[in-house]
Design a protein around this ligand. Structure first.
Ligand code: HEC
Length: 213
C-alpha cells in the first residue's frame, strides 16, 4: 500500500513539474516572438524588406536589420580637389582598398602604416581616421595586388580605360563607390558612405586612378 501511495505521489510530482515547465517555456517564447515580430515589422516597413521572422537570442534578426538599415540610395557629391597624386594619400587609399587587417598583408609603401609608429603621438586618432575596412580586393583586381577576387570588374588601368576615354567621370565614380545602388539597385557591391568619410573615398579613388599595370 505504502509503495502504491509513494508511486502515486511521485507520478503527480512528475506531471505537475512537466506541465509547469512547458507552460513557462511557451509563455516566454511567445512573448519574445511577439516583441521581435512587432519590432521587426516596424524596421522591415521602414527599409522595405520582406524576410522570414526568426526569433533568437537578443532578437538577432532585428538587431542586424537595425544595424544595417542604411536608407534609400543617394547620389553623393564628390568634394572639390578629390583626386590627387600625393603619394601619402595614394598610400592611404591603397591601405583602405586592401584588407589590411590580415596578418602578412604587404603594407603600403606610403601612408600611416609606414610613416607612423604606434608610439607616435596622434597615432590612434590617425588610425581611426583611416580605417582599413575596404576589402575592395575581395571583388576587384588592380595592378600589383595579390590574390584579388573577380566578383566585380577589373579596375586595372581604370583611369586610362574608363576616365580618360570619358566612359566614366570622376563624379560618377565617387557616387558609385559611395553608394553603388545608384547605378545598380541589385548590386552586390558594399555601400561605402556608411563606413568611409568622403576624404577616405577620395583617397581610394586616388589609389585606383594612379594604379597602372
Ligand atoms: C562584394 C563585391 C564588391 C566589393 C567588396 C566591392 N565592389 Fe566595386 N563593384 C562590384 C561589382 C559587382 C561592380 C559592377 C557594378 C555593380 O554590379 O554594381 C562594381 C563596380 C565598381 C566600380 C565601377 C566600375 C565601372 O566603371 O563600371 C568601381 C569604381 C568600384 N566598384 C570600386 C570599388 C571600391 C573602391 C570598393 C571598396 C571600397 C569596392 N568596389 C568594393 C563588386 C564589389
Amino acid at each position: 500500500m505504502l509503495k502504491k501511495i509513494l508511486y502515486f505521489f511521485t507520478m503527480m510530482l512528475v506531471v505537475v513539474s512537466i506541465t509547469s515547465c512547458s507552460n513557462t517555456a511557451s509563455t516566454k517564447a511567445s512573448d519574445s516572438d511577439g516583441k521581435a515580430s512587432a519590432e521587426y515589422s516596424k524596421i522591415a516597413k521602414a527599409i522595405g524588406v520582406e524576410a522570414p521572422i526568426k526569433s533568437g537570442k537578443g532578437n538577432s534578426v532585428v538587431s542586424i536589420l537595425e544595424k544595417d538599415s542604411i536608407g534609400e540610395p543617394t547620389t553623393r557629391k564628390m568634394p572639390s580637389s578629390c583626386i590627387t597624386t600625393n603619394k601619402k594619400v595614394v598610400g592611404k587609399g591603397k591601405f583602405l582598398y586592401e584588407n589590411a587587417r590580415g596578418k602578412g598583408v604587404k603594407k603600403p609603401k606610403y601612408g600611416i602604416s609606414r610613416t607612423m609608429k604606434k608610439t607616435d603621438p596622434g597615432y590612434v586618432a590617425e588610425r581611426q581616421k583611416w580605417r582599413p575596412y575596404g576589402n575592395c580586393v575581395a571583388c576587384h583586381d588592380t595592378a600589383n595586388i595579390k590574390a584579388p577576387g573577380n566578383i566585380g570588374p577589373s579596375l586595372v588601368d581604370y583611369k586610362a580605360n574608363f576616365v580618360d576615354t570619358k566612359v566614366r567621370t570622376p563624379e560618377w565614380v565617387f557616387a558609385k563607390i559611395s553608394d553603388p545602388r545608384v547605378d545598380n539597385p541589385n548590386t552586390v557591391m558594399s555601400v561605402n558612405h556608411t563606413t568611409f568619410s568622403p576624404a577616405e573615398i577620395c583617397a581610394m579613388m586616388s589609389f585606383i586612378f594612379n594604379n597602372k599595370s
